[in-house]
Ligand binder design. Sequence first.
Ligand code: PLP
Length: 380
Amino acid sequence: MKFATKAIHAGQEPDSATGAIMTPIYQTSTYVQAAPGKHLGFEYSRTHNPTRKALENNIAALENGKYGLCFGSGMAAEDAVIKLLEPGDEVISTNDLYGGTYRMFTKIFAKYGIKFHFTPMSDVENVKKLINAHTRLIWVETPTNPMLNIIDIEAIVSLAKKNNIRVAVDNTFASPYLQLPLNLGADIAVHSVTKYLGGHSDVVMGALVCNDGSLAEQLYFIQNSCGGVPSPHDCFLVLRGIKTLHVRMERHCDNAKKVAEYLVSHPAVGKVNYPGLKEHPNHAVAKKQMKDFGGMVSFTLKENKIEKAVKVLSKFKIFSLAESLGGVESLCGHPATMTHASIPKEEREKTGVVDSLIRLSVGIEDADDLTDDLKQALNQ
Ligand SMILES: *Cc1c(COP(=O)(O)O)cnc(C)c1O
């Protein structure tokens, strides 16, 4: 089955009791048993829920994986991955990553004796240097947030396999429509479903997909033991959102391309970060591992000052100033004071998150209206 068909149908059957075409919201905590232990496969909704199961199977199918697990947020999904590890284990992570991930690694898990290394992963040699006998996991996020660097998943996987290390890829920015980490050899695909999968800025959720049965068993055990599961109603909303994922992603990519090209031409703009631009340092890798270049664009102003960025951000009429991304509506953000405020200034500046950096989540509105909005904001 091809992607568009899976997006609409995978994991979902008409309801056997009524024929309802939409998967019902099984808003229930428990399930009646005919006799102790005699049940229909469902006992308690932390462990299993039919609406969640449909969504988990759907997302697994989209990622070309066998096993899907949904969590109450992207962070809860990431938390489950790190709980596979033990004190003394080491993780190599990209240094240019989602601020919340950096915070969880350094402020929560470091104190349990897990050691995290952060390095620019666009150059695989940097990763090689950090591998030792304790390395258990390589954490990849590509395209990265907010610099839109691209990490070569196949190159990381080949290095990891030689050393018996697992690879997790945060696939939030690309979505499975544009990039399939498991096909490239990664062990776990990670999502903040909140973003493109949900697609309508109305749900916070996370997901993991993998192919290995024993890894899946460990993750299900963590999911059930720690309990970071989403509600049946949210699962329903995401099942509905995913039905248009392929259509939305195509428009996100087309619009982002136009926005990036417009920004390149604007005299007040410094650097434009978009993997679809030929000048992008990792354009070739993006072309190799992604179907298109996504809906995220970031740029700096020639005058690299917080006040200048704040002024531009406050002038937007269509781009709304808000955290998050991946919804149908265009959003803008200021990483230095918003999503990346939890990363120390010197750390974030090393990765390019300077004071004037502005991040755009390009929505699926009319592209001319979006470039007009940029024009009026930048020309003030
Ligand atoms: C938003 C985001 C997360 C965290 O997901 P939540 O659903 O907000 O918990 C993780 N990684 C990336 C790349 C994100 O954009």
